[in-house]
Design a protein around this ligand. Structure first.
Ligand SMILES: NC(=O)N[C@@H](CC(=O)O)C(=O)O
Ligand SMILES: [Zn+2]
Ligand SMILES: [Zn+2]
Length: 352
């Protein structure tokens, strides 16, 4: 990694948590991710969810068709399957032998966007599948929030650790687990201190903002995602984890596009769009912490090490030049997409 006053050059990063959607939305957002990242773990929460290797193959081909149509090269989608109450050990075996499906994703039923098909009771319903994942070294990626309506929204990650994560990892201690998009000091400290194979992804919004930003001068739906932004002490713990050099923490944008109209609504969708300017956002967070030198490990080294994949061979450069985040972008079907921190200015610009 090379850091000067005016530029940072680092090994090309990967995005270990990304929503690419489908059809015209896929075509609208894919170029942004492919510009900055060499690979991305592609989330399976489509409608209907991607639950079989055959469906993942078809989805991958749709992604590749967009790449071909838009002359995108040098980007590899790493596919995932959506874990359901009905996932069989045979499907896990197929994943293990597929080469292109890299993980299963656990969405507790009702926890987030398109999670209706999610798991209702993990250990009761999915033990055979989990056993097979552990045996074959297939990672389980976890949206770590309980859905119990009696648990306060802001406590759902911390309660998930006690109610689901600990029993899960007790029962399957060799299972590789990624605690996705952690948002609390509880999540960060659990992953830092736990035994066995575990990692966590951290989004740019959870490094840059606390929950106040959602209510600054009025309600700001483009800062609403799940798990929701938390108090400042949690943001500080996440920055500390991301910049610590600990290989358990790696980059996952959770870039989750929703049309402007679907966010600016009486019941707005959860998700922030950050694929446009992901590395500029992360560089901003790392520089604020005085830890720019830790960016390459987080963005380009720790993820491949966890997944057992090679490190990328090319590099990217960010220049110290103001980047004005556009107010909106063109999206699918003549709709608009509002990027994270729209209208703000960042000190870094991606140059390729
Ligand atoms: N993060 C979000 O707020 N939304 C994601 C789903 C998810 O990752 O939970 C989405 O698909 O829109
Ligand atoms: Zn999620
Ligand atoms: Zn997500």
């Amino acid at each position: 990694m090379q850091i000067t006053q005016d530029a940072i050059t680092l090994i090309r990063p990967d995005d270990w948590h990304l929503h690419l959607r489908d059809d015209s939305a896929l075509a609208a957002v894919l170029p942004d991710s492919a510009k900055q990242f060499a690979r991305a773990i592609v989330m399976p929460n489509l409608k209907p969810p991607v639950t079989t290797v055959a469906m993942a193959q078809a989805y991958k081909e749709r992604i590749e068709a967009v790449m071909q149509a838009k002359n995108i090269e040098g980007f590899t989608p790493l596919m995932t399957l959506y874990l359901t109450n009905n996932t069989t050990a045979q499907e896990v075996e197929k994943v293990a032998h597929s080469g292109f499906v890299k993980a299963f994703k656990l969405y507790p039923a009702g926890a987030t966007t398109n999670s209706d098909a999610g798991v209702t009771d993990l250990l009761a319903n999915c033990s055979a599948a989990l056993e097979a994942m552990q045996k074959h070294g297939v990672p389980l990626l976890v949206h770590g929030e309980v859905t119990d309506p009696s648990v306060d929204l802001f406590d759902r990650e911390a309660v998930f650790i006690d109610r689901v994560m600990l029993p899960l990892r007790n029962a399957f201690p060799a299972l590789k687990v990624v605690f996705e998009h952690i948002t609390t000091k509880h999540g960060a400290h659990y992953v830092r201190d736990a035994e066995g194979p575990i990692g966590a992804t951290i989004t740019p919004q959870h490094l840059l903002y606390n929950r106040n930003v959602i209510f600054q001068g009025g309600i700001r739906p483009h800062y609403y995602c799940l798990p929701v932004l938390k108090r400042e002490e949690h943001r500080v713990a996440l920055v500390e984890a991301a910049t610590s050099g600990n290989p358990r923490f790696f980059l996952g944008t959770d870039s989750a596009p929703h049309a402007k109209g679907a966010k600016e609504a009486a019941c707005g969708c959860a998700g922030c769009y950050s694929a446009l300017h992901a590395m500029e956002l992360y560089a901003t967070a790392f520089e604020k912490a005085g830890k720019l030198e830790a960016l390459e490990g987080f963005a380009s080294l720790h993820g491949p090490a966890f997944y057992g994949l090679p490190v990328n061979t090319s590099t990217i450069t960010l220049e110290r030049r103001a980047f004005e985040i556009p107010a909106e972008l063109n999206y699918a079907d003549n709709q608009y997409l509002v990027p994270l921190a729209a209208g703000e200015q960042l000190a870094w610009s991606f140059v390729g």
